[in-house]
Design a protein around this ligand. Structure first.
Ligand SMILES: Nc1ncnc2c1ncn2[C@@H]1O[C@H](COP(=O)(O)OP(=O)(O)OP(=O)(O)O)[C@@H](O)[C@H]1O
Length: 251
């Protein structure tokens, strides 16, 4: 029996005449990385936003850990353990690495941010934040302001803030965007280990990373999933090559 952590069923979303999601169904199973790939404008971010709760679908349902979360807000889904990291950074630039992650830990504990300064002196918060920081390999950078981090380090900080919420699943939207080869391979190594803590639904344009990491890949074209399979199955799928991979190779 497969252990489905997250699923969406027949999700549809239109922006005026544009059908950005068309009856999309997919699931995320324990221990896996399920990559969502497709050309620019295919509807990947729109789909992940509906799964996270940032946007309401016109039709369809989202289930997470056995709950129907379709009507829950993004914050309520995050509290259930849906961890997110987006194309646009959510970290506070003037806060240090430690302060950013501690803030996320406090948010998870349901504390009012008025008490942030006092609580930051408390060991449990700091210890938990430091565990998350070490998990992404930023322990030597804990006192550095987020604004002063290199791009790849900032992406890892975002993952640390997501880890602070003790997620049961991750939604990651282009964690390797804008990274050089070294940053991308560090992120690849990190995601490879993270999947064992919580499965990852991954949007990523870096095909080397996707093919190296993904247990399963779904290909979205014009808002529709045209194929789901292993790396080998997707690489050799004629329709996928025509609609997406062939186009990338000749670009
Ligand atoms: N809020 C919105 N209002 C109107 N149209 C939108 C909105 N959000 C997205 N779209 C459109 O929906 C389509 C899908 O966009 P989306 O950002 O989901 O694609 P994507 O696959 O994530 O693209 P990329 O790979 O470039 O990030 C695009 O045509 C986009 O212009």
């Amino acid at each position: 029996m497969t252990d489905v952590v997250l699923s969406c069923t027949k999700i549809s979303k239109a922006f005026g005449a544009l059908q950005a999601s068309k009856d999309v169904s997919l699931d995320l199973q324990a221990g896996e990385i399920h990559a969502l790939i497709g050309p620019n404008g295919a509807g990947k971010s729109t789909l992940i936003r509906q799964i996270s709760g940032a946007m309401k679908p016109d039709r369809g349902t989202v289930h997470f850990l056995g709950h129907d979360v379709t009507r829950l807000s993004a914050i309520e889904r995050a509290r259930l353990g849906l961890g997110r990291s987006f194309q646009i950074s959510s970290v506070i630039p003037d806060f240090t690495v430690l302060q950013n992650v501690a803030l996320a830990v406090l948010g998870d504990e349901g504390n009012s941010f008025h008490f942030f300064r006092d609580l930051l002196k408390g060991r449990p918060t700091v210890e938990r934040a430091e565990t998350c920081i070490a998990r992404v390999g930023l322990e030597d950078r804990r006192a550095v302001r987020a604004a002063d981090l290199a791009h790849g380090e900032r992406r890892r900080l975002e993952i640390a803030t997501a880890l602070a919420l003790e997620p049961r699943a991750f939604l990651l939207d282009e964690p390797m965007a804008g990274m050089g080869a070294e940053g991308a391979s560090e992120m690849t190594r990190l995601l490879d280990t993270l999947r064992h803590e919580a499965p990852i639904l991954l949007i990523e344009h870096d095909m080397d990373a996707v093919f190296a990491l993904a247990n399963r890949i779904s290909v979205l074209v014009y808002g529709e999933i045209i194929a789901t399979g292993t790396s080998d199955e997707i690489r050799s799928n004629a329709e996928v090559r025509r609609a997406y991979l062939g186009e990338e190779e000749t670009a």
